[in-house]
Design a protein around this ligand. Structure first.
Ligand code: F6R
Length: 608
């Protein structure tokens, strides 16, 4: 979603801000802007559309002078995407400029109040209220003013503020929306995401809620709302800038698909020691674990799809009832959970607003929350009781691939760990699970090596109008992800259906040439899915089957079949998802879609 970058130093700020914004493009946005203090006044350039437009407008920043500035990529929430609604926003007499990520929930009341005092608004955004409030309350101290304004704001915000009268300072604030400070030599940065500044510095501070950072060229001071200094140790970012670059691939999504053997290995390997799963991150005693009577999983989108797989996995291996909720629904349904419920929250970004709020609701009701998160130090990671990180590295493409795979890997680790603690698996099963889990990266690699076969199938199907993904049991859980991957990046209508449910209505949509992708990896129900394949073929469907190598007979069932290596039944989604990701990728590529940044989507969804 929105992205923030800010610079104070001795170099010209505008080109640096534009470079930083470029690195934030993956988050999704519809307009962009920068504001610089040129020594006399605040100069703003902003425009609807891609960053390219802003770059052309400013000759890559050359037309803008000044060594302090803030920049922003906006994903519209309040007010349509337009030049005027783009950030930065100026106060009434152009004295202060603000960039903002998040949402000000009480902005209407604040705006009405300011309007009654004669202040005129230029945009339809909630953010402009912040700029106007700063000017309205300003009596000489920007820090006092910002603290006062914070007390008036309800909602979430990461802010970057510069002022006309002080070309030597940036003020940064965080509440519920991530913001980091990058520490350089005689220069400092603010950013909503490490990727924006990684080319310049690896040393950062992460701001916590209600902290205020005061940046000068040669110093950064962090204070709380009582103006008490907050002392922090700088963190050094370990991953390399190349991890956030395409490295010769045409798209981040493809690069991230190809990285999955490594990501899954990095997530699993450190947690298996001498053949045993070690999850030190779970700080619950065996007694506490035994006392849970159910598991509750909360997530959105693909992470929710991991949750649906987890339901099958946990119920089979741990033998506890599992409920999976869309985080956006959970909060508002008065859920029945308490301290006897173990909650598992899944989120790549760790910043998804719905998931974060659902997590808080679960904790309010006494449930212990274990989060599975990719972004270190993100809100969900920090606010959950225990966090298990997926070591996928930065995921840039909007459509998730490697984060999904590493989330699945953590679910498997948890299932084995909990199954052992609760005594629901025997030693033989334990050993098989562990060794199959360790084999997954190799097996994923073997599927990736045969990607041309999937590219060929995509070339035969990229013109189709509708696609149905069907499956039973754990294959059904995976079909949800296959369908989402295809529709979100190729814009082809697709649906996921439990194969047995098809004939209760949806089968009426199957006609001559409709593409059906039938997931047929779950051995126990092979006969049943074969019947479902025959049902749709009888109505004219063209079926691509996905099956395990130990069932070569599947080749004669569907028109085309993609074979994957075999593994324990519960781990099959880790393998079967790979051809589905590749299929979606190749179809979208053949259709010429903007694969890494599909229309209307954002990488981290920080609004409800
Ligand atoms: C789809 C996709 C989204 C995310 C969802 C949750 O490819 O990436 O559906 O899975 O927005 O995001 P996180 O995992 O960051 O909470």
């Amino acid at each position: 979603m929105c992205g923030i970058v800010g610079y104070i130093g001795y170099e010209q700020a505008a080109p640096l801000l534009l470079q930083g914004l470029e690195k934030l493009e993956y988050r999704g946005y519809d307009s962009a802007g920068v504001c610089l203090n040129d020594g006399e006044k605040l100069v703003v350039e902003k425009s609807k559309g891609k960053l390219k437009v802003l770059k052309e407008l400013t000759e890559n920043g050359k037309t803008l002078k000044g060594t302090v500035g803030i920049g922003h990529t906006r994903w519209a929430t309040h007010g349509e995407p337009s030049d005027v609604n783009a950030h930065p926003h100026l106060s009434d007499s152009d004295r202060f400029a603000v960039v903002h990520n998040g949402i000000i929930e009480n902005y209407i009341q604040l705006k009405e109040h300011l309007k009654s005092k004669g202040i005129e608004f230029r945009s339809k955004t909630d953010t402009e209220v912040i700029a106007q409030l700063i000017e309205y309350y300003y009596k000489g101290s920007i820090i006092d003013t910002v603290i006062k304004v914070m007390s008036k704001l309800e909602g979430s915000y990461a802010l970057g503020v510069i002022s006309r009268d002080n070309p030597d300072e940036i003020i940064a604030v965080r509440k519920e929306s991530p913001l980091i400070i990058g520490l350089g030599e005689n220069e400092n940065y603010i950013a909503s995401d490490v990727t924006a500044i990684l080319a310049k510095t690896r040393k950062i501070y992460r701001l916590e809620n209600n902290e205020i950072a005061v940046l000068h060229r040669d110093s950064v001071k962090i204070i709380d709302t009582d103006k008490e200094e907050v002392r922090k140790e700088p963190e050094t970012i370990k991953w390399d800038i190349s991890a956030a670059e395409k490295g010769g691939y045409e798209h981040f999504m493809f690069k991230e698909i190809m990285e999955q053997p490594k990501s899954v290995h990095d997530t699993v390997a450190p947690r298996i020691k001498d053949g045993r799963v070690v999850l030190d991150e779970i700080k619950l005693s065996d007694e506490q674990l035994k006392n849970f009577d159910k598991i509750n999983i909360l997530a959105c989108g693909s992470a929710y799809h991991v949750g649906v797989v987890a339901k099958y996995v946990f119920e089979k291996i741990i033998r506890k009832p599992v409920e999976v909720d869309l985080a956006s629904e959970f909060r508002y349904r008065n859920p029945i959970i308490d301290e006897k419920t173990l909650t598992v929250v899944i989120s790549q970004s760790g910043e998804t607003a719905d998931t974060k709020e659902a997590m808080k609701e679960a904790r309010r009701r006494g449930s212990h929350v274990i989060s599975i998160v990719n972004v270190v130090g993100s809100a969900i990671a920090v606010e959950s009781d225990d966090v298990i990180y997926t070591w996928a590295g930065p995921e840039i493409a909007v459509a998730t691939t490697k984060a999904y795979s590493t989330q699945l890997a953590v679910i498997y680790l948890m299932a084995i760990y909990l199954g052992d603690k609760l005594g629901t698996i025997n030693e033989n099963e334990y050993k098989t699970y562990v060794s199959e889990l360790q084999e997954l990266p190799k097996k994923i690699t073997s599927i990736l090596e045969n990607k041309e076969n999937i590219q060929y199938l995509a070339s035969k199907s990229f013109n189709c109008r509708d696609v149905f993904f069907i499956g039973r049991n754990i294959d059904y859980a995976l079909s949800l992800e296959g369908s989402l991957k295809l529709k979100e990046i190729s814009y082809i209508h697709s649906e996921a259906y439990a194969a047995g449910e098809l004939k209760h209505g949806t089968i009426s949509l199957i006609e001559s040439g409709t593409l059906v992708i039938a997931l047929a990896t779950h051995e126990e129900l092979l006969g049943k899915i074969i019947s479902n394949i025959e049902e749709v073929q009888a109505r004219g469907a063209n079926v691509i089957g996905v099956a395990c190598e130990n069932h070569p007979e599947m080749a004669s069932v569907a028109q085309s079949t993609i074979f994957i290596p075999n593994t324990c039944d519960m781990f099959l989604p880790s393998l079967a998802v790979i051809p589905l990701q590749l299929f979606a990728y190749y179809v979208a590529s053949l259709k010429g879609c903007d694969i890494d940044k599909p229309r209307n989507l954002a990488k981290s969804v920080t609004v409800e």
